[in-house]
Design a protein around this ligand. Structure first.
Ligand code: G6P
Ligand code: MG
Length: 223
């Protein structure tokens, strides 16, 4: 049986991608005078705050126009706008099936750890009323490489004292699935099967997740 489950946050536990995109779009318009195409909402999934900022600067053809300090200030400004939106989150914003999944995993003594690139993960989990349901939350400040590197999943497994190879990882982003696979954990993608084809299993929506599905997938793909 699997010993741990490593959860991505945005797009797996709650849907914050729309707030990230709205905040980045506003910043791009105000500071860089560009409109972000809607494809950026998917493109920025799982990508750290500073890497997202750099991708937007590249899109605006302004990579060399700002000092590191100025880039940091813009990223902080985006976060201020984003924080105002996520302040409104409640338990109603938990994605379907996630609370049941957490209950059944805990009932089976499976350890639960969060592997999100978001520095706002603890705040979001508190707003959702889920903070105490996890055994650990990996701190993205403690890892050197963002997804698709495996670092955050390795750190999340380490925080629950379990080898990543004894874990299942849950992700909605292509870079995240790649990161789970590189960590040695069994990967379950949530979303489009074609887009997430590198995952060991893909389900379309979070309500399809269950203890049984996770454990069976683990048994099948145990590496
Ligand atoms: C998640 C989201 C990304 C976001 C990143 C950093 O991975 O999918 O879109 O950029 O977290 O989030 P933060 O809350 O630290 O800015
Ligand atoms: Mg995600």
């Amino acid at each position: 049986m699997m010993k741990g489950v490593l959860f991505d946050l945005d797009g797996v536990i709650t849907d914050t991608a729309k707030f990230h995109f709205a905040a980045w779009s506003r910043l791009a318009k105000e500071e860089l005078d560009v409109e972000l195409p809607s494809s950026f909402e998917t493109e920025l999934k799982g990508v750290s705050r500073i890497d997202s900022m750099n991708r937007i600067l590249k899109f605006a053809n302004k990579t060399n126009d700002f000092s590191d300090d100025e880039v940091g200030i813009m990223a902080a400004k985006k976060n201020g706008v984003y924080l105002k939106e996520i302040e409104k989150l409640t338990s109603k914003d938990i994605l379907p099936g996630i609370e049941n999944l957490l209950d059944s995993l805990a009932a089976n003594n499976v350890l639960l750890s969060v592997a999100s690139a978001s520095k706002n993960a603890p705040f979001i989990l508190k707003k959702l009323g889920l903070f105490d349901r996890f055994d650990a939350i990996a701190n993205p400040e403690n890892v050197s490489n963002g997804k698709p590197a495996p670092d955050i999943f390795i750190e999340a497994a380490k925080q629950i004292n379990v080898d990543p190879r004894e874990c299942v990882g849950l992700e909605d982003a292509v870079a995240g699935v790649e990161a789970i696979n590189a960590s040695g954990a069994v990967s379950i993608g949530i979303g489009d099967a074609q887009e997430l084809h590198e995952a060991d299993t893909v389900v379309p929506v979070t309500s399809d997740l269950s203890f049984m599905l996770l454990d069976q997938t683990f048994g099948e793909y145990y590496k």
